[in-house]
Design a binder for this molecule. Structure first.
Ligand code: ADP
Length: 213
């Protein structure tokens, strides 16, 4: 069973790689960002917090995450996209994953310089129906028809927090709160550094080489 964490600054490609891993290995894709955006539809305070780029309280994130993890099938592995984001969250995860006998085997650190992230943020478009991710600033990742999803032909949207102001908050939060997880997982010998400036196919190829069949 493969249980994977994707660790990365905002817009480094966690969601894109998570979708590819999900399809290829039939893993459950658990994105705390997606779970929170869904929950924020009926919660104004949460919506404002997401828009600002600050972290949401552990209490809210953990309750959503636990529900998903505890409902996995016995042999089902998972990809965590957006969790843990702090050392305290990593400690919580350790406890839950031991309890359900699904401990983390791989932590992929997707590395991308800040200038590239800024370009990705301003060009990112998402299909709100099927979750497909596009980028207008990258020739290879533009939709064929302007603002229409290639897969399901629904309209593409921009995420509320995908603007440079919110990006700066998310990036600084990443440096301060999430980056300490690099040495945390390095010490456990399960951290793999991936050059994520490459195309999504090349990045995915690297992940497959490490994960095997
Ligand atoms: P990105 O990686 O592009 O910032 P995500 O979709 O992973 O996007 O997260 C969007 C927002 O959701 C974050 O800026 C934060 O407000 C909130 N969030 C997601 N995961 C967590 C988490 N583990 N702890 C606290 N807040 C979170």
């Amino acid at each position: 069973m493969k249980n994977v964490i994707l660790l990365a600054p905002p817009a480094a490609g966690k969601g894109t790689q998570a979708h590819l891993l999900e399809e290829y290995y039939h893993l459950a894709h658990i994105s705390t960002g997606d779970l929170l955006r869904e929950a924020s539809r009926t919660n104004e305070e949460l919506r404002e917090c997401l828009k600002s780029g600050h972290l949401v309280s552990d209490e809210i994130v953990l309750s959503l995450l636990k529900e998903r993890l505890l409902n996995l099938k016995e042999e089902e592995g998972y990809i965590l996209d957006g969790f843990p984001r702090t050392v305290a969250q990593a400690e919580d995860l350790k406890e839950i994953s031991q309890k359900i006998h699904k401990e983390i085997g791989y932590v992929f650190l997707l590395e991308v310089p800040k200038e590239v992230l800024e370009q990705r943020i301003t060009g990112r478009r998402i299909c709100s129906t099927c979750g497909a991710i596009y980028n207008l600033n990258n020739e290879m990742e533009r939709p064929t028809q302007k603002d229409i999803c290639n897969r399901c032909h629904q309209a593409l949207t921009t995420r509320q927090d995908d603007n440079l102001e919110s990006f700066e908050v998310r990036y600084q939060t990443y440096l301060k709160q999430t980056q300490p997880l690099v040495s945390y997982y390095e010490k456990q010998n399960i951290l793999y550094r991936i050059d994520s400036t490459k195309s999504k196919e090349e990045v995915f190829q690297k992940l497959k080489e490490i994960l095997g069949d």
